[in-house]
Design a protein around this ligand. Structure first.
Ligand SMILES: [Ca+2]
Ligand SMILES: [Ca+2]
Length: 133
């Protein structure tokens, strides 16, 4: 009787881990287009962020930063990133089809010679993803 009771608790526990595990958001930096085609300022550089999970994620307040120099940083406005979808944060271009995000930075951000590291934060210091190239 007691064993049966413990078993059902265990099954319930595993079920909770399984379901919450599956529903966890998985937002990743999937690409850094660092060698822009626009001469010198490379305004067409971008960082691509993809929702690899199966739940939509609101990016409001999330931060993307070049941690090699510590700047610039971009703070997301409220934006729901649907599962399987990608957005891009351009250095200084506006592409509404990719979410319309831009650092609005007048110089190249991502070094062509010494790879930088981009980090995505969920809030002030909770890191979600990092990528270099
Ligand atoms: Ca570059
Ligand atoms: Ca840089």
């Amino acid at each position: 009787m007691k064993i049966k009771y413990l078993c059902s608790i265990l099954v319930l526990f595993l079920l909770i881990i399984f379901t919450t595990g599956c529903a966890a958001p998985n937002i990743q930096i999937t690409r850094i287009f660092y060698d822009g085609l626009v001469p010198r300022v490379e305004s067409d550089e971008y960082v691509e962020i993809t929702n690899l999970g199966d739940q939509p994620q609101d990016l409001a307040g999330w931060v993307l930063k070049d941690i090699s120099e510590g700047y610039p940083l971009f703070t997301f406005p409220p934006y729901i990133l649907a599962p399987g979808k990608s957005i891009r944060v351009y250095t200084n271009e506006y592409h509404p089809e990719w979410g319309g995000f831009s650092f609005e930075y007048g110089r190249a951000i991502w070094s062509n010679t010494e790879p930088d590291v981009a980090v995505l934060y969920e809030n002030r210091d909770k890191e979600v993803s990092r990528k270099s190239y």
